[in-house]
Ligand binder design. Structure first.
Ligand code: ZN
Ligand code: ZN
Length: 232
């Protein structure tokens, strides 16, 4: 098996890469061709604390009324096709090359921040879900972001201590209730700026639940960085 995968890797590195969306040769090691890449739904100006698309900068009406615990949130894309397809391929078909693509684009955004985080952390999966899925997609992006930016990453700061049902299909209030006491901080985070990394943000309830335990444990600042922002 080791031989097979090593051989496959060698073969892949010699063969031209074809675009995951249109099949054209990408002319490098990129997983998408330049035209497909430039047509992806990149998020333009958005709310600084919940990444909701807006015509102006600053905070959206909802965040002005009730300021989130997460101090800022950045999203790379809108959660629309073909980004949905790419994320699903990455998450459920182990197409790790899309994780590389996301993290290299997210790194630019992260490095443009005035205040860089001290440490990047993934949204943790419950150990039983990690076993059934085989990998944590958030950690995959986090560790690559760390490799590119040089910012430390750790999956040992925050743990999921309660197995919660999947959030898909739940209303905002149900998501919040679902996540109550789901996370625990198990390392010293005092005075640190921590950035939580995830693939998709919908209502922001997961980021909020983690930001709350981090702040309660003494974190100075909490940021969120996600691949895509879904707009309900
Ligand atoms: Zn293409
Ligand atoms: Zn907002």
């Amino acid at each position: 098996m080791v031989y097979n995968s090593a051989f496959k890797n060698l073969l892949n590195s010699l063969l031209p890469v074809s675009c995951g969306l249109c099949n054209a040769t990408t002319g490098g090691h990129l997983s998408l061709c330049q035209p497909c890449l430039s047509e992806l739904p990149f998020l333009g100006s958005a709310c600084s604390t919940c990444a909701l698309p807006m015509a102006s900068t600053g905070r959206c009406g909802k965040c002005q009324q009730h300021c989130p615990t997460c101090d800022q949130c950045l999203a790379l894309f809108l959660y629309q096709e073909p980004v949905k397809f790419l994320i699903q391929q990455f998450k459920f078909s182990h197409k790790l090359e899309y994780g590389c693509l996301f993290s290299s684009l997210m790194a630019k955004k992260l490095l443009s921040l005035q205040e860089w985080p001290h440490v990047l952390i993934p949204v943790p999966l419950h150990p039983s879900r990690l076993r059934s899925r085989g990998f944590n997609q958030s950690w995959e992006i986090t560790r690559q972001l760390s490799r590119i930016t040089g910012i430390n990453a750790s999956h040992k700061i925050c743990q999921r201590i309660k197995k919660t049902p999947l959030q898909t299909g739940l209303k905002a209030s149900e998501r919040k209730r679902n996540l109550k006491q789901a996370f625990a901080v198990i390392a010293d985070v005092k005075d640190l700026h921590i950035c939580i990394v995830d693939d998709v943000m919908t209502t922001g309830s997961t980021l909020e639940a983690i930001a709350e335990v981090l702040k309660a444990a003494g974190a100075k600042r909490v940021s969120g960085m996600v691949v895509a922002r879904a707009v309900l």
